[in-house]
Design a protein around this ligand. Structure first.
Ligand code: SAH
Ligand code: SF4
Ligand code: F3S
Length: 459
């Protein structure tokens, strides 16, 4: 009998990828994706623990889910509720205590066992299932080859976990040790995605450029491949028009990756390279293991290889001990580099991480003032970047219908959302778009006719 599965995903793209894989592992058991939790047979919250607010969201969401579960029971049905992801990993016991109606709690490394957990939970109506182990076997080896329809732009996790232990961050604890998938597996999955209609693949990893997977037997270099080599092999896949990767660590940008940016037109000229702070004192305290100067130098080398490279970053303001001068150094770095886009956050205390123990926590009000000032600057850079695109023609990969009828939305090479009037048959195509207008977060334009073969020859 067909059953309904509803997954709500929080946090980073890796959770988006994981949620799609949960759908894949449940499909053979008859679970089909549903658009809402109401009336679903299995509801999964795939959660994020990165900041306090993200983690708290889960508990408020669970209140609503509990009511839906009870309503289902009153109608004589049954709804299993599962909490997955990084909050499950970090606070599994706490979830069981605060929300005992949750049937299954499982961490990011255990979801290949979901069918088994569901079977156990269905058989045992009282106990509940908790699996926050870090299984010895990599889950990737146990996921079905059949993938959910990826759409035009697909995610592909190539690396997971983190050994960097930045002092503010929960990821090394929630995702576990760094692991890179063998290149042959990545290429096989990429091939399947392209066959299923993907035109763009974003390679994912908590530190995707720390990738060091087993090289392909047929590859030119024995042993291991870094991200640069992996991207080079992917660029040979016919039908794969665009390649991106995220998130990178500044320390792991190596020559092979820079060379890939120089040589491969499929590798899009947009890079999310989090710096966190512009102050060396703060960077050292954060255990980032790079200086502001090294970051700038890396950007310089990347821009030399790919002059139109647009940059994005993450920033934390109000890290313990951050002085006004430290914060000014962050503003200076932003002014010097110029970002096309960025995410910035107030430092959030994460229990169990070293920075949580620091005594010189920055007052909330100071964090708020600094965040507002930084965001003003970053937004003005983003507006200027978008405005600079007006009057140019950008190749846009159309992904889906826009908000207005007759409109499609796609992405520029620089990851900007671009709206243009068109028919739905253009979804999945890359079309030249003359940009007419820039909003803070998107562009609007009109598809221009492709040059005819004759015009192209004349050019
Ligand atoms: N692997 C990536 C970051 C993953 S977490 C990297 O190394 O850069 C995504 C972003 O969340 C981080 O870049 C950081 O800016 C932010 N973040 C992580 N922990 C945080 C905390 N405790 N408080 C505020 N922001 C945090
Ligand atoms: Fe977190 Fe640092 Fe690892 Fe990024 S590199 S995931 S910020 S510990
Ligand atoms: Fe959040 Fe876990 Fe991703 S904490 S950011 S979902 S790795």
């Amino acid at each position: 009998m067909q059953k309904r599965l509803f997954i709500k995903t929080y946090g980073c793209q890796m959770n988006v990828y994981d949620s799609a894989r949960m759908t894949d592992v449940m499909a053979p058991l008859g679970y089909m994706p549903a658009v809402s939790a109401e009336g679903a047979d299995l509801v999964i919250l795939n959660t994020c623990h990165i900041r306090e607010k993200a983690a708290e969201k889960v508990f408020s969401e669970l209140g609503g889910i509990r009511r839906l579960k009870r309503a289902r029971e009153r109608q004589g049905g049954r709804m299993l509720v599962a909490v997955a992801g990084c909050v499950a990993q970090a606070e599994g016991e706490e979830i069981r205590r605060r929300a005992p109606f949750v049937d299954i709690v499982f961490g990011p490394q255990a979801y290949h066992r979901l069918p088994e957990m569901v079977t156990r939970a269905l058989a045992d109506s009282a106990g509940g299932v908790l699996d926050t182990s870090f299984p010895a076997e990599p889950k990737f080896d146990y996921l079905p080859e059949r993938l959910a329809a990826p759409g035009t732009s697909a995610f592909l996790t190539v690396q997971e976990g983190c050994d960097k232990f930045c002092t503010f961050c929960v990821v090394p604890y929630t995702r576990g040790a760094e692991y890179s998938r063998p290149a042959a597996d990545v290429l096989a999955e990429a091939r399947r995605l392209v066959e299923a209609g993907a035109r763009e693949i974003t390679l994912l990893g908590q530190n995707v450029n720390a990738y060091h997977g087993a090289a392909c037997a047929s590859g030119p270099n024995g042993g291991e491949w870094g991200l640069g080599e992996l991207i080079r092999a992917l660029a040979e896949l016919p039908g794969l028009e665009r390649i991106r990767y995220t998130t990178s660590h500044p320390r792991d940008v190596d020559d092979a990756l820079i060379a890939a940016h120089r040589d491969l037109p499929q590798l899009m000229p947009f890079l999310h390279l989090p710096v966190q702070s512009g102050s060396d004192r703060v960077l050292t305290a954060m255990n980032r293991r790079h200086t502001a100067h090294q970051y700038k130098r890396t950007v310089e080398r990347l821009r030399k290889a790919r002059p139109d490279l647009a940059l994005s970053s993450d920033f934390i303001v109000g890290y313990p001990g951050e002085s006004d001068d430290d914060f000014r150094a962050t503003l200076d770095l932003v002014r010097e580099i110029g970002f096309a886009q960025a995410f910035s956050f107030k430092y959030s205390v994460r229990p169990g991480t070293p920075a949580a123990e620091a005594e010189d926590q920055v007052p909330e009000a100071v964090k708020a003032t600094r965040l507002a000032e930084l965001q003003d600057l970053l937004q003005s850079q983003q507006r200027a970047f978008n405005q600079g695109c007006v009057g140019t023609v950008l190749p846009v990969l159309f992904e889906k219908p826009g908000r207005h009828p007759g409109q499609l939305v796609g992405r520029s090479p620089y990851l900007q959302a671009v709206h243009a009037d068109s028919t739905p048959d253009r979804i999945g195509e890359i079309m030249p778009v003359m940009i007419h207008a820039a909003a803070p977060n998107s562009l609007a334009g009109a598809i221009i006719a492709r040059p005819t073969a004759k015009e192209e020859c004349a050019a």
